[in-house]
Design a binder for this molecule. Structure first.
Ligand code: 3PG
Length: 305
């Protein structure tokens, strides 16, 4: 079988070598399309392959139409909002993700960004510390749980809300469970977003929600840009000159946010999962899932059931 790794933002070289070993040891052939800039390149590359490994690369109906032999696409990562799941099902293509494989990297970046923010982006002025502050985690999945672990290491008081988390899981992690997202925003000094982009969450974090943060509050987003109501947040930051917004996903209105000098920072490119370890974990998991699919028909991580 031909397995294509198609990554606009490439994996670390060590991860690609790990993927190659997995794929070739299973008797398959590895093809690479890295740093592509045009969709046409992806459409051409998928023509002849049975399996596809991607990151945030968009796999829509057009890509699936072009991939006549495709049987499985694995998103090496957690969020799979970049795959058109209905189209995948219609094309009889199994879509999978690799949950948990890159979550520590994202959690570490949360604190990298947070320290940068509370120390005033290293401008020389006295900042504040994280110890003793209240950290709110919105969604207690793999990333949220790692954020809780690291937050406790910083001596923060950690709170979480997750509408879908089984009862008791948050408390068992030594974290205060609150009853709603609103309560989380009202309670905490910092709120870190870990919700996926779904019809329910899109645009859900805006004027009213974030406006509940205490004086000097910080919103940090390492999840998806779509969950932010950008006009609402811009309006709020115009009114509340004490608030900071730190993001790993450049908003559409980046230039507008950039006017809030000293209160806004965006990484130039999403960096949360961009470590050698996360790339290797997620990439190798993807390769193994593909091998298991071809060997035994295993679809354990299928997301388009
Ligand atoms: C994920 O959903 O796994 C993360 O957002 C990482 O995305 P990336 O592979 O595009 O960096």
């Amino acid at each position: 079988m031909k397995v294509l790794v198609a990554t606009e933002k490439p994996f670390a070289a060590a991860a690609v070598e790990g993927i190659r070993k997995e794929v070739e040891n299973a008797g398959h052939e590895l093809l690479l399309l890295e740093k592509y800039t045009e969709k046409a390149q992806l459409l051409e590359a998928v023509k002849d392959v049975e399996a596809l490994i991607i990151r945030s690369d968009k796999v829509d109906a057009e890509v699936l139409d072009a991939a006549k032999k495709l049987q499985i696409v694995v998103r090496a990562g957690a969020g799979y909002d970049n795959i058109d799941l209905e189209a995948a099902t219609a094309h009889h293509v199994v879509a999978e993700n690799t949950p948990g494989q890159n979550s520590n990297a994202v959690a570490e970046l949360v604190f990298g960004l947070l320290v940068y923010a509370v120390r005033n982006f290293y401008n020389g002025k006295a900042g504040t510390e994280l110890m003793g502050k209240k950290l709110g985690i919105l969604a207690f999945g793999n990333v949220g749980r790692n954020v809780a672990r690291v937050g406790k290491g910083f001596g923060m008081e950690v709170y979480a809300y997750d509408a879908f988390c089984p009862a008791g899981v948050i408390e068992q992690a030594g974290v205060h469970a609150v009853k709603s997202g609103d309560e989380l925003f009202r309670t905490c000094d910092v709120v870190s977003l870990h919700i996926p982009a779904t019809p329910e969450t899109r645009g859900s974090i805006g004027y009213d929600t974030v406006g509940q943060l205490k004086k000097g509050g910080i919103l940090i987003n390492t999840a998806r840009k779509e969950v932010i109501d950008e006009p609402g947040l811009i309006k709020l930051m115009g009114e509340r000159t004490d608030l900071k917004f730190i993001t790993d996903i450049k908003p559409d209105a980046d230039a507008e946010f950039a006017k809030f000098e000293g209160r806004y920072f965006s990484t130039p490119k999403k960096m949360g999962a961009q470590t050698a370890e996360a790339n290797t974990n997620a990439g190798i998991a993807a390769a193994r899932q593909i091998n298991a699919f071809f060997k035994d028909g295993c679809t354990k991580f299928q997301v388009n059931k």
